[in-house]
Design a protein around this ligand. Structure first.
Ligand code: SF4
Length: 422
């Protein structure tokens, strides 16, 4: 059952609250880090991808706005720092504090919303691989069961001057190219295999694995690189020990059959991400994908996967919040009719501006997405990846609660009261 809370006198459920916290960030009291870092997985380092867990187990990305600002200042160029003027317009109403009884509590404008939890203590971020690569900055644990590698290969599109507007890594690659600097080193296949072995077998902190990188100009896309990562993971950690699923992201190759080697190497699902469904907005927001790959190549590859490997094997991630909810849902439904999963990744607006804005839509937007996605998932038998859920994605949470979301929607319609839903 979805947990319910009251904010400013209005009832919100845990998915509404997740969307609000992810898009607004949160101020975290130092006392939280002092009290819980010894017993739980929480750390005052933005690279450790902190999350909080709501009473119904919904996982929520916890971007500490103060730490995030410090990190951006240290990591960004002077030019990019100008973008931070937008940041100062943001002042999150959410705060995490220690209650009088010693529990972590989430507050909204000083009013208590709920007690929360953190994942169990982990030593993951203290580790280095045998080659000396620190885990921190190269991989993250998300929620209670996911290991993700965020950037295993560089983005050629960004280096060519066409980064996606929302993508922090893309911005970094673009800046490096402008200064004729090389890409930062990426983890080797051995590094990735050792990190996976630690998370999956030693700490048993992950059942789901995600491999991601930038977009390359190679017509075979990243399929050979992904295969080499999967082969090494299998030999060191054993793919059979990953009890959930392996999801890999690749640029769609020009010949869709090239993805066969990735499934043969052990991937459970392959994502070729469109990010934005509206084609005109996509040209502006994802200029490299529009220019170098194009919609047709994405759709050809996704349809090939779905036809050859079955429904729910092909996925496309979308950045939810940068285009109207209706156009995102139109895309999600179109893909669902082909057995393709739309992954709904909530846009975190305080990194880079999109279409000149660093302001996410309001709650009604995310409610439309929640109800619309639940409906699409039910109608077409679509199941997004993951178990308990991811830090910033709404798709798995929506799927986990799809009957309740739709039941609630129908019931409220019957009563003639849709005040919170439309
Ligand atoms: S193609 Fe991928 S890695 Fe490159 S800028 Fe866009 S989202 Fe970022």
């Amino acid at each position: 059952m979805l947990s319910r809370f009251r904010i400013n006198g209005e009832e919100v459920d845990s998915l509404d609250l997740k969307a609000m916290v992810v898009t607004k960030g949160i101020k975290v009291s130092n006392k939280i880090y002092e009290k819980f870092r010894k017993t739980h997985r929480i750390c005052p380092d933005p690279l450790t991808c902190n999350c909080l867990i709501l009473p119904d187990e919904t996982v929520v990305q916890m971007t500490d706005v103060a730490l995030h600002l410090k990190y951006l200042k240290s990591a960004m160029s002077l030019e990019s720092l100008k973008q931070l003027k937008y940041f100062f317009q943001m002042n999150s109403p959410f705060k995490l504090e220690v209650s009088n009884s010693g529990r972590p509590i989430l507050l909204h404008n000083g009013e208590k919303i709920t007690e929360v939890e953190f994942p169990s203590k982990s030593h993951f971020y203290e580790q280095v691989t045998s080659s000396g690569l620190p885990y921190t900055g190269n991989a993250v644990l998300q929620g209670v069961d996911v290991l993700s590698f965020q950037c295993l290969w560089a983005c050629d599109y960004a280096r060519a001057g066409y980064p996606c507007q929302f993508c922090y890594s893309g911005g970094v690659f673009e800046q490096l190219a402008r200064k004729n600097k090389p890409n930062p080193p990426v983890p080797t296949t051995r590094d990735v295999a050792e990190i996976t072995d630690y998370a999956v077998n030693k700490e048993k902190a992950a059942k789901y694995l995600q491999l991601t990188g930038g977009s390359t100009m190679d017509p075979q896309a990243e399929c050979r690189i992904i295969k080499s990562y999967l082969d090494e993971i299998d030999s060191v950690a054993g793919l059979k020990n990953i009890r959930g699923e392996v999801l890999v992201y690749t640029t769609p190759p020009t010949d869709p059959k090239v993805v066969d080697q990735v499934f043969e190497a052990g991937a459970d699902r392959i994502a070729c991400s469109l990010e934005v469904w509206d084609e005109e907005l996509a040209k502006a927001i994802t200029p490299g994908k529009s220019k170098f790959t194009g919609r047709k190549r994405h759709l050809d590859c996704l349809k090939y996967i779905s036809k050859e490997y079955g429904p729910n094997k092909a996925c496309s991630s979308f950045v939810v919040g940068v285009e109207p909810a209706e156009s995102f849902l139109k895309g999600a439904e179109y893909l669902a009719t082909e057995g393709i999963v739309a992954i709904a990744s909530v846009w975190i607006p305080f990194g880079r501006p999109v279409m000149g804005k660093m302001q996410a839509p309001g709650l009604e937007y995310y409610r439309k997405v929640k109800v619309g996605l639940a409906d699409i998932y039910m109608k077409y038998g679509i199941e997004p990846p993951g178990g308990v859920g991811f830090n910033v994605c709404l798709c798995r949470d929506t799927w986990n609660h799809r009957s309740e979301i739709l039941g609630e929607h129908v019931q409220e319609n019957c009563c003639g009261s849709e005040k919170n839903l439309e």
